[in-house]
Design a protein around this ligand. Structure first.
Ligand code: ADP
Ligand code: MG
Length: 509
């Protein structure tokens, strides 16, 4: 006889941890750090606080790695703490608003991994804003039931009015293999968050990024779903929750993004529905048709980008400058766009020269909702676009020092997996990324032409100047004029010739 049973979400992810990025001991260290740092940043910037993040890594006996991340974010209440850290698919980010976390999974994967490799629970210490107490707990996961087990809970007076969270985990992992990636991850995080203080300490790891700006990007608002993005399930749920007397028109305007009475009636007419019909009286077949029609209707307004929190051109350029130290950087924040009812904004920066390493191809730095993406570059949509660009059009000749930075913000980034490492090639996204890169590259081209002209002028200047003494002597000899006077006249002439070419004389880098 076959025996059937239900698998809990914890058990599912426990068995399939590689899909969440926990595929080997090095990757596990990197992924754990990432999940904790992402949560720390979310806890501050999503709520309008300037992030203060401190990572500590310590090596212990038998290949154990102790990882601690401290933040001064909004903190988490003791009521939510056990579930937030000990129950898979539990979180506060299941709303339509841009954040780094989306699945309610990350930290639990790290807790599960710790449990699996060292048997140690996660230690969490937290206080919310203006709270009189600090709570500290040790939490493990009951894998079969997907429930938290609180092993210890302590309360202290919060004398200093501290708010924030400290999370500590001990996993078995390969620090020497992970170190490089972690360093790269922290650097890139600093690049995309120039308003954050980020410190990272560990064996062969010392990074201190002090904020170069105190300007936070706009705090994203919580939004409603866009009518284009509905499906039968969502519609059914919303209709169930709707007021008994709600008409279809009221239902549409109340529950969806950017739908006013006029649009709602237009849609109903187009779709062949009676706008005054009680929404709760719709049959399941009608709901199905409604969903299909809502997805197909062309007359909806674009999704509102208020749920998004793009970095902005100034901050992005600043972050890139701070970390890569290039000679030239330019950034573009594209206008809001959408795919399948999900709003998104693409931001691109292109940097050149200076501290950027010489390479045979453009160096790509990818970000999604301010998460640096380090793995799976080959299958990412940004790579696809970068590859197809003919860089000689923009006067870049390889080997060169070129860096391309792409940042996709969306309430639903089309990630290729729950490990969040690559963005899928959704056509709308792809064309925005391309437009952004091309706009930046055009600016790079004019910078490079200016530099080219400058170089040419310099060369000409050097060549011509070689003859100044000789010519001044000869002229002085045949004309009897003062040699020094002739020399300075000749130099003046050279200067004039150079500025005629539109190049600032002996200026620029
Ligand atoms: P996600 O980040 O996708 O929501 P996680 O499992 O990483 O899922 O975290 C679960 C929840 O725990 C978060 O939604 C958040 O509410 C809370 N949380 C985790 N870390 C912190 C932190 N450092 N500060 C405040 N809240 C946190
Ligand atoms: Mg998270």
């Amino acid at each position: 006889m076959e025996r059937f049973r239900q698998l809990s979400p914890s058990e599912f992810f426990y068995r399939n941890r590689e899909i969440a990025g926990f595929s080997n001991p090095a990757r596990a260290v990197y992924q754990t750090i990432r999940e904790l740092v992402e949560n720390a940043l979310d806890a501050a910037e999503t709520h309008g606080l300037l992030p203060e993040v401190r990572l500590n890594v310590e090596l212990e006996a038998d290949g154990k790695v102790r990882i601690r991340v401290e933040d001064e974010g909004v903190g988490i209440s003791p009521l939510e703490m056990p579930n937030a850290f000990g129950r898979v698919l539990y979180g506060s980010k299941y709303v339509l608003r841009q954040s780094r976390g989306v699945f309610g999974l990350g930290v639990k994967m790290a807790v599960l991994y710790a449990q699996l490799t060292t048997g140690q629970p996660v230690k969490v210490r937290s206080s919310v804003r203006r709270a009189s107490f600090v709570y500290e707990a040790e939490i493990a996961i009951d894998v079969e039931r997907n429930l938290p087990i609180v092993k210890r809970l302590e309360v202290e007076r919060n004398e200093s009015r501290w708010h924030g969270t400290v999370v500590e985990l001990v996993i078995r992992g390969d620090w020497s293999q992970a170190r490089g990636r972690v360093e790269e991850y922290i650097k890139r995080t600093a690049m995309i968050a120039p308003y954050a203080n980020i410190f990272a300490y560990g064996p062969q790891l010392l990074l201190e990024f002090n904020r170069s700006s105190t300007k936070l990007p706009p705090t994203p608002a919580v939004g409603k779903p866009h009518p284009r993005g509905v499906d039968v399930e969502l519609l059914r749920k919303l209709i169930e929750e709707a007021n008994k007397n709600s008409t279809l028109e009221e239902f549409l305007t109340e529950n969806f993004d950017g739908v006013g009475p006029i649009t709602a009636r237009k849609f109903c007419e187009w779709a062949g529905f009676d706008a005054n019909k009680k929404v709760r009286s719709l049959t399941i077949d009608e709901i199905e048709t409604l969903a299909v029609k809502m997805q197909a209707f062309e007359g909806w307004r674009r999704p509102k980008p208020s749920t998004l929190s793009p970095l902005g051109e100034e901050l992005l350029a600043k972050g890139v400058k701070e970390v890569l130290k290039p000679d030239f950087v330019t950034a573009v924040s594209r206008p809001p766009s959408s795919y399948a009812g999900h709003p998104f904004i693409v931001e691109v920066a292109v940097a050149y020269g200076g501290g950027i390493p010489l390479s045979e191809e453009p160096l790509l730095y990818r970000f999604a909702n301010r998460i640096p993406l380090l793995y799976d570059e080959g299958v990412d949509v940004s790579m696809k676009v970068v590859k197809r660009i003919d860089w000689s059009v923009y006067k870049v000749k390889f080997p060169s020092q070129l860096a391309v930075v792409t940042h996709v913000c969306s309430t639903k980034v089309p990630f290729k997996g729950v490990g969040k490492e690559a963005v899928a090639d959704v056509p709308e996204l792809e064309s925005e990324i391309e437009a952004g890169i091309r706009e930046c590259s055009r600016r790079l081209r004019s910078y490079l032409s200016r530099m080219e002209k400058l170089m040419e002028a310099r060369k000409w200047e050097i060549t011509v100047s070689k003859y100044v003494d000789e010519v001044a002597s000869s002229l002085s000899y045949v004309s009897g004029e003062d040699k020094e006077l002739l020399r300075s006249k000749l130099l003046e002439f050279i200067k004039a010739k150079i500025s005629e070419r539109g190049v600032p004389y002996a200026k620029g880098r």
